[in-house]
Design a protein around this ligand. Structure first.
Ligand code: GLU
Length: 475
């Protein structure tokens, strides 16, 4: 086969959510796997739904995820309007399309009548019988018109879908599709065919929601006499309630995930499984591995039900792969100015202490607060009293803490974790309480919460005198 060429053709009608980005990613992987080309084409011909700010966001998503494309600058349909006008005229000449002058009101009424009769809404070919003279006259009079595809009657249209096998549709199911609108812009159907042919696209891999468009596209390829590509309709991505994944399920754009503290590696690895499975049970894939393993035969027909929590799992994994230096840079945007004043060296000591618990970079604040800020004394005292109450502890935490403080005042016990812990365990034994309970008391006293990073290292980073000071204030 000649070189593989695929494309994504986003419409800038909003910021694509992560499900749409999956389709871009699969096209990229497929192209790279086969040493082919991956193009981006902006389909901005629906002027009513256009949201200009979404275009830079589409590009930003691809750049951030390093989904690299081969045509720079990208192809933008609205810059090539003359092509579509010519293409529509060509179909008129070939008697495959016709002018339609019907008004909005007439079409609306037609649709209402058909709906009332429980018929599918179809254009009734009212304008098909116009003579060339009538058409010329109307155009001369400046009447607005559209150009419609003349769907052949009662024809079986088939293609062998790369993912779903043979699909056949009868042309009776199809409406005489508008190709060129009265504003001079093409509809999606005309523009997509013209440009896929122009760009010599060999494989159209797109979401299953486009299956119903494919028969019309096949008719257009035949009407133009263009060589057809192969089509593969990717499975839809479903949320846990089996409805198509959307904002309702918490699905956001990749950029929102980025700002919430997710790494690109985690997003790519998560999306990889949204419709594709490896031949073994490998879970974590670098981009080169994805390119090596990805192919059409691994794409499933069935719509995957996805759990967005999986993203946290992958993100935690990729965070743990990063060095402290890398994480320092990645978490910098989440650090407060007074935290940054601690300096790079000191902050680099914190990172290994929280890395294992980090699921998102944005958790920096909640996981490190105790390093920078002493806990509220009243709240901490209340928490300790509550615990004393639950286990009916005698002696109470405060007495134990006094003993701990006396012990920790000796700088020699801070030399290493072993010495430090042995002494604390002895105190627990003297009070006849569990070792774990003693460490919990100390943890709460220093940090204000029951969960902290490893205690000895944490108190060393906070500093001996500051740690003792926190205990002293509480007492
Ligand atoms: N412009 C369409 C979209 O918004 C492209 C569909 C296709 O890939 O053919 O997704």
């Amino acid at each position: 086969m000649s070189q593989i060429r695929v494309r994504i053709a986003p419409s800038p009608t909003g910021i694509p959510h992560i499900g749409n980005t999956r389709t871009a990613f699969y096209n990229f992987l497929f192209a790279r796997h086969h040493g082919g080309k991956f193009y981006v084409r902006i389909e901005d011909t629906d002027r009513a739904r256009l949201i200009p700010e979404s275009l830079p966001k589409i590009m930003e998503i691809l750049d951030w995820l390093k989904i690299e494309y081969d045509n720079k600058p990208v192809y933008v349909q609205s810059e090539h309007l003359e092509n579509y006008k010519k293409a529509a005229d060509e179909l008129i000449q070939k008697n495959k399309a016709y002018y339609c002058f019907c008004s909005e009101e007439r079409l609306k009424k037609l649709k209402e009548e058909q709906t009332a009769r429980h018929e599918p809404p179809r254009y009734d070919r009212h304008c098909l019988s116009l003579t060339p003279q009538e058409i010329n006259q109307k155009i001369k009079n400046g009447e607005r018109y559209v150009i419609r595809l003349k769907i052949p009657e009662n024809r079986e249209i088939s293609w062998v879908d790369l993912i779903r096998g043979k699909i056949t549709v009868n042309s009776k199911e199809l409406d005489d599709q508008v190709l060129l609108k009265s504003d001079g812009f093409p509809t999606y159907h005309l523009a997509v065919i013209f440009d896929d042919n122009l760009m010599k696209i060999t494989h159209v891999l797109r979401g299953a929601e486009w299956i119903s468009s494919t028969p019309k596209h096949i008719l257009l390829y035949e009407a133009f006499g263009y060589e057809k590509p192969l089509w593969g309709h990717l499975p839809l991505i479903l949320g846990p309630d089996r409805a198509k994944l959307s904002k309702r399920h918490g699905a956001q754009s990749a950029l929102e995930y980025r700002d919430a503290g997710y790494l690109p590696e985690a997003i790519l690895n998560t999306m990889l499984f949204w419709g594709w499975s490896p031949k073994n049970d490998q879970q974590f894939f670098s981009t080169p591995e994805m390119i090596e393993k990805f192919d059409i035969d691994g794409i499933n027909k069935n719509d995957p039900v996805v759990d967005l929590k999986k993203l946290d799992y992958f993100n935690g994994y990729y965070i743990r792969q990063k060095s402290s230096q890398e994480l320092f840079d990645l978490m910098n945007p989440y650090m407060q100015d007074d935290e940054k004043k601690w300096g790079r060296e000191k902050i680099l000591m914190i990172i290994p202490l929280i890395k294992d618990r980090l699921r998102k970079l944005s958790e920096w604040k909640e996981l490190t607060r105790g390093f920078f800020v002493a806990p509220d004394v009243k709240q901490t005292a209340t928490l300790l009293q509550a615990i004393d109450g639950v286990c009916n502890r005698k002696p109470e935490s405060m007495q134990i803490l006094q003993k701990i403080l006396d012990y920790l005042k000796n700088p020699a016990v801070w030399d290493n974790n072993d010495v430090w812990q042995t002494g604390l365990r002895k105190i627990a034994d003297e009070f006849k309480i569990k070792h774990g309970d003693l460490f919990m008391i100390l943890r709460i006293a220093v940090w204000g919460e029951k969960i902290t990073p490893p205690l000895y290292e944490t108190m060393k980073v906070i500093g001996n005198s500051e740690s003792l000071d926190r205990i002293q204030k509480l007492l």
